[in-house]
Every structure is written in C-alpha cells, then in structure tokens.
Design a protein around this ligand. Sequence first.
Ligand code: SF4
Length: 379
Amino acid sequence: MPTKTPLLDHLPEDWPGLLSSVKPVPAYRARQVARWVFRHNASEWEAMSDLPEDLRRAWAQRWDLSLPALLDEQVSRDGTRKLLLGLSDGARIEAVLIPRADRATLCVSSQVGCAIGCRFCRTADMGLVRNLTPGEVLGQIRIANRLLAERPFRDGSVDGVESPLLNRVNHIVFMGMGEPLANFDTLVRALKILTAPDGFALSPRRITVSTSGLAGRIRDLGESGIPVNLAVSLSAPTESLRGTLMPINVHHPIRAILDACRTYPLRNRQRITFEYVLLGGVNDSPDQSRQLARLLAPFRSKVNLIPFNPYQGSPFVRPEPERVLRFQSILLEKGVTATIRTTRGEDILGACGQLALDPALPSQKESSNWKTIDCSMPV
Ligand code: SF4
C-alpha cells in the first residue's frame, strides 16, 4: 500500500490530478474537498458528507489531512493565545494568535529552530532542527481557524463601537520560529495556497514575511509575483554594530539588504517595514536614530520599533520608555514613519522574543527540540 502523504503540501490546482491518481474523478470533486478543508476546517475525510463514501475511503488511504496536535494553549489577559503544536515526528513549534480590533493575526513558524543566531532571540540558542513542510506551516493556520470557529473572540469596543466577532484568521505574519526565507520553497508554496481563490483565499496584503535579511532571497520573493508585505529586521544603523547583534551581517550586510529591498516591487502606498529591536544602551541612542533615518531616507518605508522583551539569561535590557519615545521622535522629525510595537501576551510569555518553554508543562520539558520563538505583532 502506498504511504499516506499530506495533501496540504500541494497546491489546490494540483488536487484534481492527485485525487484522480487514486480513482479518476471530475474536477468538481477536488473543489468539494478544497471547500471542506479551507472553508470548514475539515481534517478528516469522513466529515465530507457530500462526497461518496467509497471515494472518501480510497482517498483516506492515500492522502493525509491531519492537523498538528494541539499540546497546549495559553490565553493572555489581552486575548493573545499561544499555541504549542506537536508535529508528526515529535518536533514542536509554536504559533501565536493575536486578536485585535477587526484583526485575527496569526504569527506562524517556518522552521523548527533557526540557524541565523540573532543575539537578542532565544530561538537562536537551539540552532536549526529542520525546515517545516508547507502542510505544517498551513497546519498552524488550520488549528487557529478551528479554535476561532469554536470560540470566536471579540476585542472589546472602540469609541463605543463594538469590534467584530473574530472567527477566522485574517492576517498572517511569518515572524515565529525560524527564518522563512531560508525555507524558501516551502514559504512560496504556503503563500500560494494561502492566497489561492480555491485555497485560503487571503489577500497577499494581509500577509507579512519577516526576514533577518537574506538579500538574494528578498529578490527571489519579489520575483515570485506574490505581493506580500516585506519586513526586514535591521536592529542597527551600522554594519559593525549589526555584525555584533546579527552574525548574518557578515554574509548579508546592510548595504546588500538595502540593495535587494530597492528591487522589491511595491504596490501603491505599500511600504517596506524595517524592524528595529531596541536594546537599552546598545542601539537606542539619539545619534543611532539619526543614522537610521539617513539610511532609510531613500526608501518608501516604515520603522517598527520593538522595545526588547527581556528573558532570563539575556545580556540585554529594555530601554526606558523616554528613550524609546526620543528614538521614535527623531525618526519622525527626519520624515521617517516610525511606530512602537505594542507588547501583547506578556503575561503568558507570548510577546515578541519572549516565548519560552513553560517549565510547568511536562510535555515541553521532555522536548530537547523546543525553546522559544520570536513572534511579533503585525506590521
Ligand atoms: S530573530 Fe528570527 S531570524 Fe533571528 S534567530 Fe530569531 S528566529 Fe532566527
């Protein structure tokens, strides 16, 4: 008997052929399956009640629709939900669901661990364990959609107007564990399935890919023709400082990254986001803010300032709020749009760069593969 393989590793446009390889079927049958999977969060063939039973049985032998295991869910006071997910080989990843106003944003992982080694990120400690498959990337979204369908969330009200009920992920940020551009083929395939009309049908404008700055891959992403938002982690205004914070700067220096960013196709009013983790006394001075403004002046960009979220064992501290505001105001004075990222999920260690093993959870303690992810608010 052939081994079962994940159907979600494949583009929906290929499903008619793949499903017909088991038993020839007209194309509309594949569309029915896609509706069940993408609209109704189906993860079992038996659930697809409008499909003939013999077909469902035959496909179930060949094609796997299962979801990652939800090992743990922690819910923050602010509604942020941190999900610990188990993959078929025992590896574990984390995704963070951030409901805010009319957005249900999911921060997804692209790798188990990460090889990039940013000094301000604990994921770096574990190195790279392996890449995720497209089905595993999408599994995070499918799980989150299922949770939201079961327990819709309303993020209070603004100015007396009630926020909408959120029952489905509607924004995605690739800012979890791993460097998405280092798992490029998976990323592109996942993006195609996310944006396909017969897939998740999400607008690319609602998807952000965040990178530590793999210059060549930034160009490749631009050439892929999927117009997602690009966020680049700079975190220093000079090559030398960035080299001490992000070792990748040796191979992908700021000048090469900015050259690649110049080639990234931007739609009307679209901008490249430059992320800047503010580390107290390291990269948060007024002079460094001026240097950053000079560097980014030629770009249609915005800077997302991320005050460092401290964790045990880190050599860095969060800057004082006044220093963060001063850094931002200098950028604004120089004409560079700059926002300060709001920390969400801090009480469940779900804020940016803060996610870590919860020692109270035996299932996590057992895992040598699992440490933390750097997950961020939407940009
Ligand atoms: S910040 Fe991102 S790229 Fe850098 S080590 Fe952490 S997960 Fe990897």
